[in-house]
Design a protein. Structure first.
Lengths: 190, 1006
């Protein structure tokens, strides 16, 4: 099998850059390559049944509601739209068309982890989302616009995960990295 | 003129010196200085020249309302014009200079304009449109066209750098419960009250220190109070943003903030943005924005050495600068007395001219104790001196005033001359209601304290402190507390409400005074110094009929300078009210609009500049293409290969070679940018059948079909192929240009018109990387790359066939046998991360057949030869029939646009139809965009237009595609003219079928 070449391959220089405070860089940027992402969609009257299938796959205690996510081990489930989930790190369930549909989107997004004490501040340079902990705690998911590009943001336990449309990923990465320099930024390899 | 730094006092650090350059002089100041205070400490008075008359100007205030000390700061590409020296924090090495003057602000040849000031009165520019009487009476404005350029050259203040801005700027989105604007005692009290109720509070302050008016008060007590409150704010968790201006309020609690990050630094870190543009969303907003002291219009009230009384107190108490030794204070209210006493305490000889008849006993006693000379019923009539103040002429009240507060004839008479070197003025205070005005709230006039107020909260926005008309420190504190608690209550917090104090607070009421005019004296009294608008200009506007306050503003430009009317609006209103014989409330007020203070273009643009002006969209093959010699071009947001030049080739040579090679052997082209949409669900077939004009109900699995979708009005929206992958699964392609539009359109249809259809549409444009393999050898090339080459046999994989298979190496792949070039061709798609691997396979195979890579230019050439339409043709005006695709419109079903495409206008036979275009003389060329005309009528809109042109290697000459009335049948045997009057001129052309290459499709189907 050929190697996957991500949108950021050859464009990421690891290290610490910018105006780094005494207590270390405020932002960690880390591309997470080899995304495994399947969209699972139901119909209004089959949503519960599709959800049950997903629960079985993920071993999650409960199905995440709109704008929420659940993670068990390496598998995560993000409720990205009223009738759609994103399943990360697991194979798609078999669904008859009458129940719903699945769609592999693993190559459509470039995933970047944004972590560190200034992660939210950096993201708010671009996203008009209220990222205060009370409004967007870990386990939250939202769609928004990042430098004119539609993106999905997930607040995971290890920071924010930004899902960038692949074609725009490098452009978004570059402008985000430029802005991150003011906080001091550590770029890690995925 | 004798301003000097005192040896003690103020908030400056005398231990350190900051050296800075002012024009050709090197001066020094101290940390804590503003540029204005440092210049004042160096006894520099003439700092600017006025807009029209080039009158000398000095420091007139200590804040954002500054109208005199407007200077240029910085050099080279960091030169910033129209900086208010009063708001510029001094730093070591700063370079500042005067502007609007030559050779310098101290000796300015432009001052000659002042001699002709009667010609430059209100509406001067508009009057120039009328021509010069009597030479141009009734004959237009020809001369204006000549001298207009001189007027334009003379206009404007300062010369901005023409070099690219070297700094970068950030946009920031923020959220909070309560936004408090202004960190004076009211703002700090409000912020504290809200924070103590458990709310998240942001307190913004345009200054570099918190404290507002407390910074300018004399004594340790004020400083202790300030420091204590700042400490309390920190303890309560209030986020204090210094050097940040709330420049505008917008819908739903949105505030625009401008944070100046590095403007005060000598050598800012390169990674810090110069400024940040914040969009802050607050649930409640408290405006503790203070008040601005007004002047009084008297003769030469703009001379260097005339400033607001409060600012002299600030220079003294905050910066340790005594602005004059012999000071005349002209006031009509109590507020100037503290300043007078402070100045006297610092050693100045002070006279107070109070326009009021009676002065409170306590103030009189204080004045007497401090040796302040106090005269009631007096004010300043005229300031004397050229570049500074030598004396004033005193005016003495000789009668009463009429209601409305402005002067009436004979109210003042000329008095004696009094020597002085500084004139301080207090004509009352104008609460800063600007931000509330941004929300469409009209402030109301409070005659008791002679100012506009907004007494009621609006949209969760409250006024507090001096901005609410509270004049005493304790009232401001209570006003802030009241507003903070009210905001907390509005957000559901259990807090005790505190009554807001009533506006006012002076011991003796203000006696309104806006202008001092004395019969027999011709005085140049400025109302809006920044735009050189005088009191006579206001009266002239009235005489010429511009009596509405909005007309007055535009005709005289009163209030339209960079201070936005902070200084002159109220006085201008008062003068107009007097001219009309009305009171101020009857005349109204102007509406303040954002920004409160200027916002740099750089801050507005943020990081959307240079390569990030718009996001760049790269295909997964981007780097691969570049590594193989691609020259890229923009296609919407995409970067696509334009051509692949070999050694020394021009673009023309390259695309002709690429076209010939593809037609002769094989070519590869990155087509990833085509829109791709997954259409899934039990009703997917029905959905497509309603969207497309042609039948889709019976498309077999494993086949693709070309489809066209119309808008509701019957005009073509987009075209593309849709592949049936399964019973309930389709893969739709769109044009590159309309991918997002089509996606949004399909979503809209499903969500608003047909919610009963069980269909999901998902953009998979980014999921799949595509390559067109075109040419007679394309089958061999592709066969060498797929795991099982036999599946590509013509019988198993005919034209418009679709297969899902694997490339060698196990790369999943879907292929359709479709052609945009007119050749035997395929489009192959793999998951995007495998795109480069696919290209490595295909390119190695193509090389075996002497193939090539081709870009957009060759792709365009081949599609023009073939007569395929693109976005250039489908421009929102074209019907199916116009595009020569009438047969694609099914008569047996209903679909989007099926009804309105039958409108008579759209069925006219003489509508412009798609055609091919050839030069009559085959050696000639013509341009895209040319108008096609009848040879006898080469004018106007003509008979059609040309949308695309190319050299056609297949035909050996230039060809084009476009539209012409009636189509090619109507022009058979006739000549048309391709008219291109501003470029190539007229070229005779033939009109032919758009299918100029392999019209029967034998190659494509072979």
């Amino acid at each position: 099998m050929a190697d996957r070449i991500s949108a950021l391959d050859g464009h990421v220089t690891t290290g610490t850059f910018g105006l780094v405070p005494d207590d270390g860089p405020g932002v960690i940027l880390q591309p997470l390559p080899d995304l495994s992402l399947v969209q699972v969609a139901g119909w209004p009257d089959t949503l519960r049944a599709v959800g049950a299938r997903l629960l079985a796959i993920t071993d999650a205690v409960s199905l995440p509601g709109p704008g929420k996510a659940a993670t068990v081990g390496a598998v995560s489930l993000l409720r990205v739209e009223p009738l759609k989930w994103w399943l990360l790190g697991a194979q798609a369930p078999e669904l008859p068309a009458e129940k719903g549909s699945t769609l592999d989107l693993s190559h459509s997004r470039t995933r970047v982890r944004v972590a560190g004490r200034d992660a939210a501040a950096l993201l708010n340079r671009f996203l008009s989302l209220d990222l205060r902990t009370g409004s967007f705690p870990p386990g939250s998911v939202a769609s928004s616009s990042f430098h004119h590009v539609g993106v999905t943001l997930w607040h995971a336990d290890d920071g924010y995960h930004l899902f960038l449309p692949r074609g725009f990923a490098l452009s978004c990465w570059e402008v985000m990295l430029e802005s991150a320099l003011q906080f001091g930024v550590e770029v890690r390899q995925g | 003129m004798s301003a000097r730094r005192l040896i003690q006092g103020g908030r400056i650090d005398r231990e350190k010196s900051l050296r800075f350059r002012w024009d050709d002089r090197v001066l020094s100041g101290h940390p804590g200085d503003s540029l204005a205070s440092a210049l004042l400490a160096n006894n520099q008075w003439v700092l600017g020249r006025s807009f029209k008359y080039h009158r000398p100007r000095g420091i007139m205030s200590a804040g954002v309302e500054e109208s005199g000390a407007i200077v240029t700061v910085g050099k080279g590409d960091r030169r910033v014009v129209n900086t208010k020296a009063t708001m510029q924090e001094l730093h070591d090495g700063m370079e500042a200079s005067g502007q609007n003057a030559w050779p310098s602000v101290r000796q300015d040849l432009g001052a000659i304009n002042g001699l002709f000031s009667r010609f430059f009165s209100a509406g001067f520019y508009y009057k120039t449109f009328m021509g010069i009487p009597p030479f141009e009476w009734g004959r237009g404005t020809g001369m204006w066209m000549w001298y207009e350029k001189f007027i334009r050259r003379a206009a404007g203040m300062g010369n901005a750098s023409r070099e690219p801005d070297p700094d970068h700027y950030d946009h920031v989105h923020g959220f909070c419960d309560v936004l408090v604007v202004g960190s004076g005692i009211a703002g700090m009290s409000a912020a504290l009250a809200a924070a103590e109720a458990g709310l998240e509070v942001v307190l913004v302050e345009q200054d570099w220190e918190p404290g507002g008016d407390l910074l300018g008060q004399y004594g340790a007590e004020a400083e202790r109070r300030r420091q204590g409150m700042v400490q309390d704010l920190q303890t309560a968790g209030v986020r204090l943003m210094l050097r940040t201006t709330a420049f505008g309020l917008y819908d739903n609690g949105v505030a625009g903030l401008l944070e100046r990050v590095t403007d005060h630094l000598k050598d800012p870190h390169r990674d810090l943005p110069r400024q940040r543009f914040h969009v802050l969303r607050a649930r409640q907003t408290i405006l503790a924005t203070g008040a601005i002291e007004r002047g009084i219009a008297f003769g030469n009230n703009d001379r260097p050495g005339v400033m607001t009384a409060d600012s002299a107190g600030l220079y003294l108490n905050r910066y340790g600068v005594l602005a004059g030794e012999q000071v005349v204070v002209a006031t009509n209210n109590d507020s100037a007395y503290n300043v007078a006493l402070d100045l006297a305490g610092a050693g100045a000889e002070v006279s107070v001219l109070d326009a009021r008849a009676r002065i409170p006993g306590r103030l009189s006693e204080l004045a007497a104790d401090a040796d302040v000379n106090l005269r009631n019923n007096c004010t300043v009539m005229k300031a004397n001196g050229a570049n500074g103040i030598r004396s004033v002429n005193v005016a003495i009240r000789s009668g009463g005033t009429r209601s409305g507060g402005t002067r009436s004839g004979g109210a003042w008479k000329a008095g004696s001359r009094q020597d002085c070197d500084l004139v301080l003025v207090s004509g009352g205070w104008s609460p800063v209601v600007n931000l509330m005005s941004h929300r469409g709230v009209r402030p109301t006039w409070n005659a008791d304290i002679a100012c506009f107020l907004v007494p009621e909260p609006h949209e969760g926005i409250r006024m507090a402190g001096a901005a609410a008309g509270c004049w005493t420190v304790n009232d401001c504190a209570q006003s802030g507390l009241s507003a903070g608690r009210a905001a907390a209550r509005a957000l559901g917090r259990e807090v005790t409400i505190v009554d807001a104090p009533a506006p006012g607070g002076w011991e003796s009421p203000i006696r309104p005074l806006y202008e001092v005019r004395i019969d027999g004296w011709k005085l140049k009294s400025l109302v809006d110094p920044q735009h050189d608008v005088t009191s006579d200009d206001v009266r002239l506007a009235h005489r010429e009929g511009f009596v509405s306050v909005e007309h007055l503003k535009r005709y005289t430009t009163l209030g339209m300078a960079t201070d936005g009317g902070k200084v002159g609006n109220v006085i201008g209103l008062a003068l107009m009210a007097e001219a009309l014989g009305r009171d101020i409330p009857e005349v109204g007020t102007t509406t303040f609009r954002p920004p409160y203070t200027p916002v740099s273009i750089g801050a507005l643009r943020g990081r959307s500049v240079d390569t990030h002006f718009r996001p760049l969209r790269r295909t997964p093959l981007h780097d691969w293409n570049l590594a193989h010699g691609a020259t890229m071009t923009m296609a919407g947001l995409w970067h696509r290969p334009w051509y692949f030049a070999r050694d020394g080739e021009t673009i023309s040579e390259a695309y002709v070679r690429e076209t010939e090679t593809t037609r002769r052997a094989v070519g590869l082209c990155d087509v990833t940018s085509l829109g791709k949409i997954a259409v899934q669900g039990p009703d997917a077939t029905e959905f497509l059948n309603r969207v497309y004009t042609n039948p889709f109900a019976k498309l077999p699995i494993g086949k693709a079909r070309y489809g066209i979708m119309l808008r509701d009005d019957g005009i073509v929206m987009d075209d593309g192929t849709t592949w049936r992958l399964g019973e309930t699964e389709y893969f739709m392609t769109t044009t590159t240009a309309h991918a997002a539009k089509v996606m949004a359109w399909l979503e809209e249809l499903l969500q608003t018109r047909w919610p009963d259809l069980r269909v999901h549409v998902t953009s998979v444009s980014e999921q799949w990387s595509g390559c067109a393999v075109a040419g007679p050898k394309s089958r061999e090339v592709l066969a060498a790359c797929v795991a099982d080459g036999a599946i590509l046999d013509n019988d198993r994989f005919p034209f418009m066939g679709v297969i899902e298979t694997e490339l060698k190496g196990g790369i999943p792949c879907r292929i359709a046998r479709i052609s945009f070039s007119g050749e035997l061709a395929y489009e192959a798609y793999v998951p995007s991360d495998y795109g480069p691997a696919m290209m490595d396979l295909l390119w190695a195979a193509a090389a075996e057949h002497d193939g090539c890579l081709y870009g957009l230019e060759a792709l365009g050439a081949m599609r023009i030869e073939k007569g395929h339409v693109t976005g250039a043709e489908l421009d929102g005006r074209v019907t199916l029939e116009d595009a020569g695709l009438g047969r694609m419109g099914s008569e047996n079903k209903s679909y989007i646009g099926s009804a309105l495409r039958k409108r008579p206008e759209l069925l006219r036979e003489d509508r412009p139809r798609l055609v091919g275009i050839l030069p009559r003389d085959r050696s000639q060329k013509f341009n895209a965009g040319s108008i096609l005309c009848h040879p006898d009528a080469v004018s106007g809109l003509g008979e059609g237009w040309i949308t695309g042109v190319t050299h056609s290697p297949s035909n050996g000459h230039w060809i084009g595609i476009g539209f012409i009335s009636g189509g090619h049948e109507a022009w058979d045997g006739k000549t048309a003219i391709a008219a291109d009057p501003v470029r190539r001129g007229n070229v005779e052309v033939e009109i032919v079928s758009p299918h100029m290459y392999d019209p029967d499709g034998e190659k494509m189907h072979g």
